[in-house]
Design a protein around this ligand. Structure first.
Ligand code: GLU
Length: 308
């Protein structure tokens, strides 16, 4: 069967300028799109408005442009797509797969303590399912996805192009996760799934710190009747302390007075050799090497995974 034409994306949250880690994801997704002869889109993930920093969008787009990473269409902004997310939530609610939740964090903690089953994951409590049976006069706060009624099992397996086979039992390890937050903001999981499908994304290439979200996103895609893209999670750039670089732990914003040096550092993280010459010559060399590294055939065709 013929594959749909390759469409990839880079989806930064404008919580600050790009740093060395986010440039790796940007470069990898750009190279993968170019090596497939596909399109590369940029989506600004500005749904979590309290975390957005004024001016960050302009800085990020400027940083990408300085590195020669130019999107094939105007960027889309999640803050303008609330209607699409609402439609998806309505669809899930009609299917009995989303429900309102009136629990505060304290309610969740005490329900878990009472049942002796307190489970935490990435400092988030695994929701015990209290409001599945209804709100019992509590006002609705958040909306959650019902993880146990989808087909037979909520164990989701998927194959990452770099990490290989992955499996997660969502109802046990994550629990009924949030689709719309108590503050009224759309949750990342719902927005990303709706947008990847609406933009026809065939390949998600992003940092390995996001790999853990993929099973939830696949579950949502199935519940909404949407296709599942291929996934490739790129290596993380570690700081001097051995921890993942992030804006939170003070990752240095990229100094783009020397974009080739910044790109060379990102390329090294992707196990691509150093490149010289002009920016576009370097990008062309890496595109070629990327295609060889991932054993890509001509665009649009299925390719084989070759572990890096
Ligand atoms: N907006 C997310 C971030 O900046 C990336 C989401 C994604 O690529 O799926 O971490």
């Amino acid at each position: 069967m013929r594959q749909p034409p390759y469409i990839g994306r880079f989806a930064p949250s404008p919580t600050g300028p790009l740093h060395a880690g986010s440039l790796v994801a940007a470069l990898a997704s750009w190279l993968d799109a170019r090596a497939h002869g596909g399109q590369w889109l940029v989506r600004i993930e500005d749904v979590d408005t309290p975390r957005c920093v004024p001016g960050a969008v302009e800085t990020i787009l400027q940083q990408l442009a300085t590195c020669g990473l130019l999107p094939d269409a105007a960027p889309v902004y999640q803050s303008q797509r609330g209607l699409l997310y609402q439609q998806a939530l309505d669809q899930l609610t009609r299917a009995g797969l989303a429900y309102p939740c009136g629990c505060t964090r304290q309610d969740i903690a005490s329900a878990l303590a009472k049942s002796g089953q307190a489970r935490e994951r990435h400092s988030e409590l695994v929701y015990p399912g209290t409001c599945r049976v209804g709100l019992r006069d509590k006002p609705a706060r958040a909306w959650r996805f019902l993880t146990t009624h989808v087909g037979q099992s909520t164990e989701v397996s998927w194959t990452d192009r770099r990490l290989g086979q992955q499996t997660q039992n969502i109802s046990e390890q994550v629990g009924d996760f949030v689709l719309r937050r108590a503050d009224g903001l759309w949750a990342y999981q719902l927005a990303v799934v709706v947008d990847d499908a609406a933009q026809g994304i065939t390949d998600v290439v992003r940092g390995e710190d996001l790999a853990d979200n993929t099973a939830r996103q696949i579950l949502l895609q199935r519940a909404l009747g949407l296709p599942t893209p291929r996934y490739l999670h790129t290596p993380l750039v570690l700081g001097a302390n051995g921890e993942k670089l992030s804006k939170q732990n003070g990752a240095q914003a990229l100094l783009l007075s020397d974009p080739l040096a910044a790109l060379n550092a990102a390329a090294a993280c992707l196990q691509l050799p150093a490149a010289s010459g002009t920016l576009s010559e370097a990008l062309a060399q890496w595109t070629h090497q990327w295609a060889a590294q991932w054993a890509l055939k001509s665009h649009g065709e299925r390719f084989h995974h070759s572990p890096a």
